[in-house]
Design a protein around this ligand. Sequence first.
Ligand code: ZN
Length: 268
Amino acid sequence: MIGTWDLAFYPEDTIKRVRLVRRADGYYCQFCISVDVKEELHPTHKTIGLDVGLKEFYTDSMGQTEPNPRFYRQGEKRLKFHQRRVSRKKKGSTNRKKAINKLGRKHLKISRQREEHAKRLARCVIQSNDLVAYEDLRIKNLVKNHCLAKSINDAGWYQFRRWLEYFGKKMGRVTVAVNPAYTSQICSNCGAVVKKSLSTRTHVCACGCQLDRDENAAINILNRALGTVGHTGTWILDQNASGDFSSTVVGVILHQQDESLIEESPYL
Ligand SMILES: [Zn+2]
């Protein structure tokens, strides 16, 4: 068996579930293992707010931006090419099956690239901050808006958020999803509402505050999260007490072609 985790390390009775998964590039075997995956990290005394966007993957409350990867767009041409090949083949033919498999592999590759990107970023953000705040976007609703759909899917916000929450639990960091209403309109300095359209990129307030639009939003997101913590004080408990963090999925590849992506992925 090949994989990034040494399965023999775990006693047999810690293996709680085994799942066989078929993907375009082969069969995978997932072992769900009951094991404490918590990592002890020192507090960084840093908090951060993230504003996800179309132009940038995110802008944080310090004004730093993370560029948007364009795996999907890049891969799109290749996908179309393989899609055409499928449709040119005779239905039911072996060649068609082969072409379908090729297409499937392409899809797989792109989705794995996105997943890896989201995961890498999320781990990094969680490691360097005690509290991470982001918008509670109903991404599924956004995707219904067809114009933006491609970019939103593309950016992989959804995966990013899942990984933020995953690593947050694993490393004992606090993650807060805040209500996104008006985060871009409110002045992060004085609280006044400064109306702006999507095309207005700079926030300029009468109080003298002048910031990049997304940075202003990121600060509002962070402030909102800090406000939430102060008010309720219970959700930190929720974060740490709920769910079963002691189990994680360890993927081990049986019939493998691409062994790079299974590592600890709960989302194979
Ligand atoms: Zn202001």
